[in-house]
Write a protein that binds this ligand. Structure first.
Ligand code: PL3
Ligand code: FE2
Ligand code: FE2
Length: 227
């Protein structure tokens, strides 16, 4: 997919909205990890460290926008990310730690890895190394969630599935509103959904879901976004 040139007004405008999504999403991830640090005192230090990485990602991506002369447009981002954040808060309020972990460490992190993977080949020379470094961090965040859930799989399987049913459509719904802007910066939105599906299925399998069940679940949840 061919992107508009980095220095064109069209690119800059689309970038400010996508960059807003990324910066607000990273800030939210920071808050979620700090909540998780409270909920899991045993892993407090590690979770605070992961949160601090998210805060740095937010700052680094602000720099990417600044480098292109694009100011992050966060109003759309706040609106689009609110439902997912709300699901996290509701889960926390009812003491559903498993859903908190699934929302942040599996769904949001799979989404981030998928997005940055597709952005990497079309990123400008300033953003490219930053994106590559961030991607490696996100993988670590994903791994944290997988490692927590895997040994407890039998006990948490139903909660994981119920959470995915609610949160994955909301996560993919955000992309609907970004399709045009993604295309303008060179990311095929349908490919992004497909990449997310692959990663999320892998995550479900990594925690113990059998392959057939994981494939059926993700395909069902992504059917609308892929149509
Ligand atoms: C987890 O660490 C952070 C979650 C961030 C959410 C990312 C939203 C991505 C939307 C599509 C962005 C394409 C990538 C462009 C990068 C400037
Ligand atoms: Fe991040
Ligand atoms: Fe992350």
């Amino acid at each position: 997919m061919s992107a508009a040139p980095y220095d064109s007004p069209a690119y800059r405008e689309a970038y400010s909205r996508i960059n807003g999504m990324v910066v607000v999403g990273e800030g939210l991830a920071d808050r979620h990890f700090r909540r998780l640090a409270q909920l899991l005192p045993h892993d407090r230090e590690e979770l605070l460290r992961l949160g601090a990485m998210e805060a740095r990602h937010a700052r680094d991506f602000v720099g990417c926008g600044r480098n292109l002369g694009a100011k992050a447009d966060s109003s759309l981002a706040h609106r689009l990310l609110a439902p997912l954040h709300q699901q996290f808060q509701e889960a926390e309020a009812r003491g559903d730690l498993v859903s908190c972990l699934v929302i942040q460490c599996l769904i949001i992190e799979c989404f981030a890895v998928a997005a940055y993977r597709l952005y990497l080949p079309v990123a400008d020379p300033y953003a490219k190394p930053i994106t590559a470094a961030v991607m490696a961090d996100e993988q670590e965040h994903l791994n944290y969630g997988e490692q927590w859930l895997r040994p407890r799989f039998t006990a948490v399987a139903d909660q994981v599935e119920a959470c995915a049913q609610r949160a994955v459509p909301v996560a993919l719904g955000m992309l609907e509103q970004l399709r045009g802007d993604l295309a303008t910066i060179g990311i095929d939105p349908t490919e992004l959904v497909a990449e997310f599906v692959v990663l999320f299925q892998e995550s479900l399998q990594a925690i113990g879901t059998d392959e057939r069940a994981a494939r059926r679940l993700v395909n069902r949840l992504a059917a609308r976004a892929l149509a």
